[in-house]
Design a protein around this ligand. Structure first.
Ligand SMILES: Cc1cc2nc3c(=O)[nH]c(=O)nc-3n(C[C@H](O)[C@H](O)[C@H](O)COP(=O)(O)O)c2cc1C
Length: 363
């Protein structure tokens, strides 16, 4: 096996990366109540700049898109001003960073919405699970179905956020169409019961994703737009699968390939579970797309070396491993042990468990 492949440069559309180790998007809930990043985020992302590509944490495209307290936004001047030093720090360290654009859809709570409004979704079906509010974890509120004539405004929110990400100095954007959030809610027939041009047959359920991609590609060029999918995951919102995951995702991947986007980023199997669980041909998905493929979910050194050396993936994204190992690329290269960061510091808090691990490492 050629161990060097994982550590060799690659190209995702117009984005050149120094190695094939990506940092997966990781919500850390350390922005302020208005979604403005603090200087800690500058340190945090700067520390991780040796990743070939940092996919910065899911970031709200609008107030309506928020589902979790203390998550960052990218729709006000203050958001842009706070992200700019983050992208500068990563670039000064020689890294690349794209921003994951997020609208949670029904995975929200009225307390996070303007004037306590109901969250929006393709259909008025309440999600399971919990969302993180300023009052702690609470079940998601019952959403209201978006009216057809609200969709252009929603697409405009994506376009606006994409422009603001450009203003903030990112190298591109990743459209979050995974993990039970708004765009995946439109894609799956389990969560989309609409009877307009955004519901029903797969061509309709994929329409919003494709229109969003076209809008943000108008800002960036398609070759700086990536997209994340999670065809088999039910983990967030206890979201039931689509009735035919292969057919649905193959159609979408083919259309995304025709649009010429930079990469497809896929959470294989069940998020926070087994990447090999379920019956799905991820290579067929990759072939249907035809462009660069970033594999994710439970990869370790041997499986990442294998995936890139065999050509099964162009890049592998690591999530949890990057939390406790800012120098993950060097550790993988030198086959050094990884530090397992405690989950208690994943969401919220300050420097400890984010940019520093002094307490845990000393313990
Ligand atoms: C603390 C934490 C926060 C996460 N936040 C996001 C996120 O903002 N966007 C996203 O698409 N996935 C998110 N995920 C999922 C990860 O990107 C990744 O898919 C998952 O951790 C599996 O990869 P891993 O086994 O390498 O950790 C998060 C996971 C964790 C543990």
């Amino acid at each position: 096996m050629n161990h060097e492949t994982l550590f060799s440069p690659a190209r995702l559309g117009a984005i050149e990366v120094a190695n094939r180790v990506a940092m997966a998007p990781l919500t850390r809930s350390r922005a302020d109540t208005d979604g403005v990043q603090t200087p800690l985020a500058v340190t945090y992302y700067g520390q991780r700049a040796s990743a070939g590509l940092i996919i910065a944490e899911a970031t709200n495209i609008s107030r309506q898109g928020r589902g979790y307290a203390y998550t960052p936004g990218i729709y006000t001047d203050a958001h842009v001003a706070a992200w700019k030093p983050v992208t500068d720090a990563v670039h000064e360290a020689g890294g690349k960073i794209v921003l994951q654009l997020w609208h949670v859809g029904r995975m929200s709570h009225a307390s996070l919405q303007a004037n306590g409004a109901a969250p929006v979704a393709p259909s008025a079906i309440q999600a399971g699970g919990n969302v993180f509010t300023e009052q702690g974890f609470l079940p998601p509120s019952t959403p209201r179905a978006l009216a057809t004539d609200e969709i252009p405004g929603l697409i405009e929110d994506y376009r606006h956020a994409a422009q603001r990400a450009k203003d903030a100095g990112f190298d591109g954007i990743e459209v979050h169409a995974a993990n039970g959030y708004l765009l995946e809610q439109f894609l799956r027939d389990s969560t989309n019961h609409r009877d307009d041009r955004y519901g029903g047959p797969i061509e309709n359920r994929a329409r919003l994703i494709l229109e969003v991609v076209e809008a943000v590609a108008g800002v960036w060029g398609a070759d700086r737009v990536g997209l994340r999918l999670s065809p088999l995951s039910t983990a967030i919102g206890d979201t039931p699968l689509d009735s035919s995951p292969m057919q649905t995702h193959i159609y979408l991947a083919r259309r995304l390939g025709e649009l010429g986007i930079a990469y497809l980023h896929v959470v294989e199997g069940q998020l926070h579970g087994d990447k090999d669980a379920g019956d799905f041909d991820f290579q067929a998905l990759r072939t249907a797309f035809g462009g660069a493929y970033i594999a994710n979910n439970g990869y370790d050194r041997p499986t990442a070396l294998e995936a890139t050396a065999s050509g099964r993936a162009d890049m592998v994204a690591f999530g949890k491993a990057f939390i406790g190992n800012p120098d993950l690329v060097a550790r993988l290269r030198q086959n050094r042990p990884l530090f397992d960061a405690p989950a208690s510091a994943y969401f919220g808090g300050g420097a400890e468990g984010y940019t520093e691990f002094s307490l845990q490492k000393a313990a």
